[in-house]
Design a protein around this ligand. Structure first.
Ligand code: ADP
Ligand code: ADP
Ligand code: MG
Length: 670
């Protein structure tokens, strides 16, 4: 076995490889770009080498810098992870030239599968079933168009060099073909530097089912069952599971035989995945699946296979790369139970899944156990930058059957908390709870079909959320009052805890929040052991404790609720039952203090963009009323009236960009 392994990757997969290597007593070397200097994979490794600036082209994709890092660190093996250079045969050769072992297949096998057209030619010869289509050398657009007609619509145009769902277009009729071909070619040229296209029949009600294969250098080839990755968005996997629901033993055996034949046909070594597209209506028939492509690396979703087989696939990769034989024969590989994986992304489902960047101000995952596994490359406080994939973590759940595994997944997602940027967490939770998903109605169009259920309209804060928000504010005031009285060292201070509320008048405390653009006013009264607050016309009793980490143990009308409160400036996020709700606190006292210091002028506290102007020139406003909403650093900030008065000038409109210190609005006394 190797004594030093360099991991030519970052993020969760680098962390995951380091963990297996450490368990095997192998020293690990991380590589990192500028943006990753403080990242988790660097902290986990035994040593780390800086390989360049943040853009991947100049660091994680730079073969020369990586081989230099191999030489400098004395690594005798290199794990490429997935993505980046993991399927780059030149890199595999460069690693060997630098005197280390590439943990992956021989360069020729990578090359053979790198081109989808070439791969299909090889598979055809090996007797592996292909999707009807054309994957030859004639790239004349007129010829391709005629071919599409003879295959029959719908068809899929694919980039031969493609990956990650790019360079792909579905075409439903002959008149759309030319334009789609042009678009796919353009995308492929810019993403892969090649625009060779192939055409496939678009399989109806498609399911993506893939086989995990493994081969060693002694001629042994096995498979470790299948994964269903049909839940996709734009041809990219979002949820994966193993085994594939509805697959029977004869289909599994046929698929396993096709996948191992594919691996043998190219002299494969190491971990690989043979992807099949399956006709949804014929999932139980041994001739209902077709070869799509082979990925010559460890796959993102490999943990579901590990959960059902108990095999550490990275350990096997290292053993095979070190020349050892596969630890198990085919009949010794057994699958138990069911595993599901979801990909947690920094993205905003409500805005067409736009990737988000920002800081993970608060991050909690359920504890790892025999049932739950979290693979992540970030910690609380880390940033999701614009340079790399916005995946935050993979949440994997295992149990004895599919329904139990899905229940575990739902509980795990409910215990996951991310504050600081938008994520697809609620979307994933909605998918894991969707009746069609529970009924295993899996198809690659699932997300598109059920989008309205999975990305519901933003809901107003529930009464429970408002109760929790009110309670957390009240507890913060209490803590502050206690601190102030302790600091003043005066046992008779009017700010002494308990008296504080009376000082605010009539024992009633007004709390104001902005919920989206709706203002919510709550009145709370201290009572013997907590507060009463009026919510939707009903008196609700609230009490509890809040610690410094934001853990709120609340009792709402006698029911205990554990929640988390994360604040940042005026923003308060209430996290309970796996749902985040963001409110903005409007604090009349703070607003008044800030306003006085500014003397009637309201200025931008930081550079940003005006989202809303809620008042007009000459309008009478009350202290604490929200005047302007400013979006800065991916958060909304409320500019509130410092006192009662009249707006004498509004200087900006919604959509305007402002600099720090710009006067936003002037006010006169009424
Ligand atoms: P896989 O086939 O392994 O599940 P996908 O097809 O979902 O991967 O993703 C497409 C490609 O995007 C992968 O081949 C990988 O190269 C890249 N990719 C996905 N996620 C990441 C990530 N977190 N970091 C780097 N590359 C990634
Ligand atoms: P990539 O290299 O981008 O992963 P694939 O060939 O693996 O490209 O296809 C990606 C996804 O596109 C598949 O998982 C599947 O959802 C869809 N797809 C590919 N080929 C077909 C087909 N012939 N019919 C229907 N859907 C397909
Ligand atoms: Mg694929």
């Amino acid at each position: 076995m190797f004594d030093t392994l360099l991991i030519a990757n970052r993020g969760e997969i680098a962390c995951r490889v380091i963990q297996s290597a450490r368990r095997l007593g192998i020293r690990t070397v991380a590589v990192y770009s500028d943006a990753d200097a403080q990242s988790r994979h660097v902290a986990l490794a035994d040593s780390a080498v800086h390989i360049g600036p943040s853009p991947a082209q100049a660091s994680y994709l730079d073969i020369e810098r990586l081989t230099d890092a191999i030489r400098r660190s004395g690594a005798n093996a290199v794990h490429p992870g997935y993505g980046f250079l993991s399927e780059n045969a030149d890199f595999a050769e460069a690693v060997a030239a630098a005197g280390a072992v590439f943990v992956g297949p021989p360069p020729d096998a990578i090359r053979a599968m790198g081109s989808k057209s070439n791969a299909k030619t090889i598979m055809e010869r090996a007797g592996v079933p292909l999707v009807p289509g054309y994957h030859g050398g004639n790239q004349d657009p007129a010829f391709l168009s005629e071919t599409a007609v003879s295959i029959g619509f719908p068809v899929l145009i694919k980039a031969s060099a493609g990956g990650g769902g790019r360079g792909m277009r579905r075409v439903d009729s002959a008149d759309e073909f030319d334009k789609a071909l042009e678009g796919a070619k353009r995308e492929s040229k810019s993403a892969f530097g090649d625009d060779t296209m192939l055409i496939e029949k678009f399989v109806s009600r498609p399911r993506h089912i893939e086989m995990q294969v493994f081969a060693d250098s002694h001629g042994n080839v096995v498979h470790l069952f299948e994964r269903d990755c049909s839940i996709q968005r734009r041809h990219q996997k979002v949820i994966e599971e193993a085994p594939a629901p509805g697959i029977n033993t004869s289909v599994r055996d046929a698929m396993g035989a096709a996948a191992t034949a594919a691996a043998k046909a190219i002299g494969y070594e190491g971990a690989g995945t043979v992807e099949f597209i399956v006709e949804g209506a014929r999932v139980d028939q041994p001739d209902g699946f077709y070869f799509m492509e082979m990925n010559t690396r460890l796959q993102v979703e490999h943990p579901v296979t590990e959960m059902i087989t108990g095999v550490d696939l990275v350990e096997w990769q290292l053993q095979v790369a070190a020349g050892e034989s596969l630890p198990l024969a085919q009949d010794e590989i057994v699958a138990t139970g069911h595993a599901v994986e979801v990909r947690l992304y920094a993205e905003n489902p409500a805005r067409n899944f736009m990737p988000q960047t920002g800081t993970l101000n608060h991050l909690r995952f359920p504890a790892d156990s025999a049932h739950v596994r979290i693979d992540t490359g970030v910690r609380e406080g880390d940033a999701v930058s614009m340079y790399y994939d916005p995946m935050i973590a993979k949440v994997i759940a295992w149990d004895r059957d599919r329904n139990s595994a899905l229940r575990r997944m739902r509980t795990s997602l409910a215990a996951t908390e991310v504050v600081g940027l938008n994520t697809n967490l609620s979307f994933l939770a909605a998918a894991a709870a969707h009746p069609s998903f529970i009924a295993a109605e899996l198809e690659t169009s699932f997300i598109e079909t059920h989008l309205a259920d999975l990305v519901p309209e933003a809901q107003p804060a529930s009464n429970e959320t408002l109760a929790l928000a009110a309670l957390s504010e009240l507890l913060k005031y209490e803590a502050k009052a206690t601190r102030d009285s302790t600091m003043s060292n005066d046992p008779h201070s009017p700010w002494r805890f308990g008296d504080a509320w009376r000082a605010m008048g009539s024992g009633e405390i007004e709390l104001r929040f902005l919920d989206d653009d709706r203002e919510v006013v709550l009145r709370a009264r201290p009572d013997s052991n907590g507060y009463s607050v009026d919510l939707a016309g009903e008196t609700t009793s609230i009490r509890g404790t809040l610690d410094e980490s934001g853990a709120l143990l609340a009792e709402v009308n006698g029911v205990r609720i554990a929640a988390t409160v994360v604040g940042d400036g005026a923003m308060v996020q209430i996290v309970a039952h796996g749902h985040n709700h963001r409110l903005t606190r409007i604090d009349p006292m703070e607003a008044a203090a800030a306003g006085q210091a500014l003397g009637g002028k309201l200025t931008a506290p930081m550079p940003g963009r005006i989202v809303a102007v809620n008042v007009a020139d000459g309008e009478k406003v009350k202290a604490g009323q929200s005047l302007i909403v400013l979006e800065a650093m991916k958060m909304e900030h409320i500019i509130a009236a410092p006192s009662d008065g009249i707006v004498s000038a509004v200087r900006f409109a919604a959509g305007d960009q402002v600099n720090e210190g710009d006067e936003l609005l002037a006010m006169a006394d009424s």
